[in-house]
Ligand binder design. Structure first.
Ligand code: AVJ
Ligand code: FE
Length: 443
């Protein structure tokens, strides 16, 4: 700590604010025409121009008004970009800023944020700005919207707007080796965190959780494995499905992951506007919780609980402490497929250097992983700095996802990070891995 550390942190924050904004423009005004930015591709998603102005409005609210005490620039537009006032389905009918207006509004906000950064103290008892908390929150918020915007791109029809620069270079860096599941011995571990400065309220506080022994898959479930489920009639047998999942299956008519189609004996998938053969070694993506749950039952397993997922990812039994990432406490390139550097997950066997202490692979990056758990606050949870980030979602309607995807930025995920969604959602970059209890009963 001290003034030197504060200056370094401010420099990092300014650089990261710049980097995330480059990505936001790279997903919107840099690559799409006006009508593509204002159109709605699905009632589940906002028009991209809404996300763009929303991240700037959120930044204005938290970094200018709350942190720096600057007067509101455009109070009359706050309502338009309040996610709680207007559900996604109704956003295209609002009098939104045009793409050019949005771009200029968020650039003005940003210039004022950078101007005011030097005058905001990080060595303060005010928890909003202490250690740069609210700045870290705003950087992560824009990254989360970039991932949401990428889901909008995936749903978009028409001429592809995004290139996958590394798609041709994907190399499997290791053979799949050893057991396909590992035993996690019974015992306590530390879940959540009380001291990660990037952590959201729902990751706090750290608390001990004691778990019975269980097995967890070394890798996320692959497309090849999921095809075996589909082709053995997995969608036709109610034995595998949660009752609500069977209802979803009947009502939706879905019989394969989103974006898949069948041509002869071949499974194809659409990826950012291009069609390809489903790659057998990649983790399955775009399955909802009900599909993940059904697959696991078919396989004689079950989804891991959120605590089981986190213990396998973070706990180091040798020193009895939880790591920030599966491999250690420091983020390092090459240990996980994160950050939209590729527009796809990597093949099974990749990133062996990202394994956890237990040898479980690719828990961070590649695909968000559905867990069996509902989204709730940890014991001692305190909402901060606003209830609408996570507290208003607590309850049985949402399932927790863990680990981030290839589309998640490294600053917006860690071993303690919690995401959540409805169990019917398939547009997110989500797959899953299976677990089973070690007491002999698969479930
Ligand atoms: C944490 C991904 C569920 O997108 O609804 C964005 C993140 N919160 N703006 C979401 C969020 C406010 C949130 N998730
Ligand atoms: Fe938001």
């Amino acid at each position: 700590h001290g003034p030197r550390a504060e200056d370094d942190l401010k420099e990092l924050i300014a650089a990261e604010l710049g980097a995330v904004r480059d990505r936001s423009f790279g997903l919107t005004t840099d690559v799409l025409a006006e009508h593509d930015l204002t159109a709605q591709v699905s009632p589940l998603m906002s028009p991209l121009v809404w996300d763009l102005a929303h991240v700037g409005n959120y930044e204005e609210l938290w970094l200018l008004r709350e942190a720096a005490g600057v007067e509101a620039m455009r109070p009359e537009i706050d309502d338009l970009y309040d996610a709680f006032e207007h559900p996604r389905a109704e956003r295209p009918s609002l009098p939104l800023l045009s793409p050019a207006e949005a771009r200029s509004y968020i650039a003005t906000v940003r210039a004022k944020v950078l101007d005011s950064l030097a005058s905001v103290r990080f060595d303060t008892p005010d928890p909003l700005t202490a250690d740069g908390f609210v700045y870290r929150m705003v950087v992560q918020h824009e990254h989360m919207h970039d991932e949401t915007m990428l889901a909008t791109h995936q749903l978009r029809k028409g001429v592809p707007a995004l290139l996958d620069p590394l798609a041709e270079n994907l190399e499997k860096v290791a053979e799949i080796s050893g057991a396909d599941e590992v035993l996690i011995e019974a015992g306590p571990f530390q879940m959540g965190t009380s001291d990660d400065p990037w952590a959201y309220d729902n990751e706090r506080p750290a608390h001990m959780v004691d778990l019975p022994a269980y097995y967890i898959d070394v890798e996320p479930v692959t497309n090849a494995a999921y095809i075996a489920f589909v082709e053995s009639g997995g969608y036709a047998d109610p034995r595998w499905w949660h009752p609500a999942g069977w209802e979803w299956r009947n009502a939706s008519g879905k019989r394969a992951p989103a974006f898949w189609s069948r041509e002869g004996r071949q499974w194809l998938r659409r990826r950012f506007g291009r069609t390809e053969i489903v790659p057998p070694g990649e983790p399955v993506q775009h399955v909802c919780w009900y599909e993940a749950d059904a697959y696991a039952r078919w396989a004689g397993k079950r989804l891991p609980t959120e605590a089981e997922w986190e213990k396998a990812a973070r706990w180091d039994p040798a020193v009895q402490r939880s790591r920030t990432y599966p491999w250690g406490d420091v983020y390092e390139e090459g240990r996980a497929n994160l950050g939209q550097r590729r527009l796809r997950p990597a093949e099974a066997g990749s990133y062996p250097a990202g394994a956890s202490a237990y040898g479980v692979r690719r828990m961070i990056g590649d695909v968000w992983e559905w867990t069996s758990s509902d989204f709730h606050g940890y014991p001692g949870f305190r909402s901060f700095p606003y209830r609408e980030y996570s507290e208003v979602f607590f309850g049985p309607e949402y399932k927790v996802l863990r680990g981030g995807s290839w589309a998640t930025h490294p600053l917006a995920v860690r071993g303690s990070f919690r995401n959540w969604d409805f169990p019917i959602r398939r547009q997110i970059f989500a797959g899953f891995r299976c677990a089973r209890s070690a007491d002999g009963e698969g479930r």
